[in-house]
Design a protein around this ligand. Structure first.
Ligand code: SF4
Length: 377
């Protein structure tokens, strides 16, 4: 059976905003239109039973459960409380439960409920107003920055803030100033920031990338790395911490950097179990299994023990000839599957961010004086 590190539970299939780059709504997959708006209470009850059964079969296994969407806080405080009551009845506090939110619907009541059920919140925010509002907009194109910041302020001022505020999640804008972005996030007072590459692949080049060979994101990340390493009191930046640890001979902990066996499963609002939902950006339905698995009719133990689930899990491993021969495979990992997609070739390619990764790794090795075969980006 594949061991699961993260279970992403889609509790709402709609969102109160409409970010231009969103892989759920704006990259060609409209599967969300067929989903219930919210995960129904009977599906939550079944999910709880499935988790109980899974843990009885894997008593040592700890995993993180992430309430996701759409915008998960659209479910409202009453549904959230009932859901967390149910989930916590089988998931003791050693298992992290968190919510990935755009922050706009955070209220003191929501925070009290999260505090009661040991559930933290990570907020999506791309940077200062101009950067954030370039893409993170409402359904009529209106700005969201000030509403997000209000939510973050509530989070920061809650009595249980040190637990509740898990951090910020930002999508990189390669045309922004990394130093300005870093200082902004430090001023916001987040305990950490996780930066993500923009979605894209070899057919649909990510925003800001001129070609497979260009290194716009590599330049941006090396500038961020320089600012980060020069700071005597830095905030945590997951992508940089990962690449530093890997270059020093350590292990990767999350998908996207290094060779990991990160196990993820996604459960949609109707109970359907899917692959990593970021695959939606490759083509319509790319995140679907051919088996129509649903927690209402299948146990998680059976699904995670199946060959098709194992094949999807294996997809995370670099599989192209270029990556398998690459001296930096151990640090880079070959990139996330969605970044490797090319029509006609599938996922058997290096990441579309290959040259950016090499530029970052080479720069880091030079900066830290850590050996590794230097290869040209
Ligand atoms: S740097 Fe490029 S070739 Fe090397 S492992 Fe990463 S994606 Fe593959």
């Amino acid at each position: 059976m594949i061991e699961i590190d993260t279970l992403l539970v889609k509790v709402a299939s709609r969102c109160n905003i409409n970010c231009s780059y969103c892989y759920v709504y704006n990259m060609g997959d409209d599967g969300w239109t067929e989903m219930p708006k919210f995960m129904p209470s009977h599906t939550i009850k079944i999910l709880t039973e499935r988790l109980k059964e899974y843990l009885e079969n894997n008593p040592e296994r700890l995993f993180a459960l992430v309430l996701h969407g759409g915008e998960p806080l659209l479910i409202g405080s009453r549904r959230l409380e009932n859901m967390l009551l149910s989930l916590r009845s089988v998931l003791p506090e050693e298992h992290c439960i968190s919510i990935q939110t755009n922050g706009i619907l955070i209220t003191d009541n929501i925070l009290d409920i999260c505090s009661n059920f040991k559930t933290s919140l990570s907020v999506s925010l791309d940077g200062p107003e101009k950067i954030n509002d370039a893409n993170r907009v409402g359904h009529r194109g209106e700005a969201t920055y000030s509403r997000v910041l209000k939510g973050i302020e509530k989070l920061k001022h809650h009595a249980d803030c040190s637990f509740l505020f898990a951090g910020l999640l930002a999508v990189i804008d390669p045309n922004s100033n990394p130093e300005e972005i870093y200082n902004f996030f430090k001023d916001v007072g987040s305990p950490n920031v996780d930066f993500l590459y923009r979605d894209g692949n070899h057919d649909k080049l990510p925003y800001g990338k001129a070609s497979f060979h260009s290194v716009e994101y590599g330049y941006w990340l090396t500038s961020l790395l320089d600012v980060y390493l020069a700071d005597q009191t830095p905030i945590k930046i997951r992508i940089l911490d990962d690449v530093i640890r890997l270059a020093l001979g350590g292990y990767g902990v999350k998908e996207g950097m290094g060779i990991t066996d990160f196990g993820i499963a996604v459960i949609d609002t109707d109970g359907t179990v899917t692959k990593n939902d970021t695959l939606k950006s490759s083509f319509k339905g790319a995140d679907r299994f051919s088996e129509k698995w649903n927690i209402c009719s299948h146990s998680l133990v059976d699904i995670f023990s199946s060959n098709e689930f194992a094949d999807a899990h294996l997809l995370q491993r670099a599989n192209s000839a270029a990556c398998l021969a690459c001296p930096e495979l151990g640090v880079c990992g070959g990139g996330m599957p969605l970044h490797r997609w090319k029509e006609g070739e599938g996922y058997e390619n290096p990441s579309v961010y290959c040259k950016d990764q090499l530029h970052l790794i080479n720069h880091l090795r030079t900066k830290l004086g850590v050996s590794g075969k230097k290869i040209h980006a």
